[in-house]
Design a protein around this ligand. Sequence first.
Ligand SMILES: [Zn+2]
Length: 134
Amino acid sequence: MLKLTDNSPASYWAGCAQGALRLSRCEDCQSVQMLGTQHCSTCWSAELAVIEAQLTGTLVADSVVHRAPRAELESLTPYRIGVVKLDAGPYLQIWVGDPRDDVDHGRGAPAAVTISFVSVNGCTYPVAVHRPPS
Ligand SMILES: [Zn+2]
């Protein structure tokens, strides 16, 4: 995996703009977590490396948003959000499918997903797209 050094949330968003999901991995216990922490949430080590995670996971929860939390998202409603358990370890709150289309991305049982990226209002966000069974 590519090792980077910037553990800031800005690095997370810069990674999204480049089609990468940057996470933090503990060099001592190999636990993987979201960027922005100074210590490992498992062993409290400060030896953290930034990695680019595999873009796969399992959608474990989802819901339809009919009332946007911010004005810039209002034109996208209704859209679907969910929680993905990444194969790399952490849980990620994420859009399910491109919020700009009206394709039914399914609901219900946990589903394998691939993480893709979509640019909305000048920012690139990760989105979960259902993955056909292999
Ligand atoms: Zn650790």
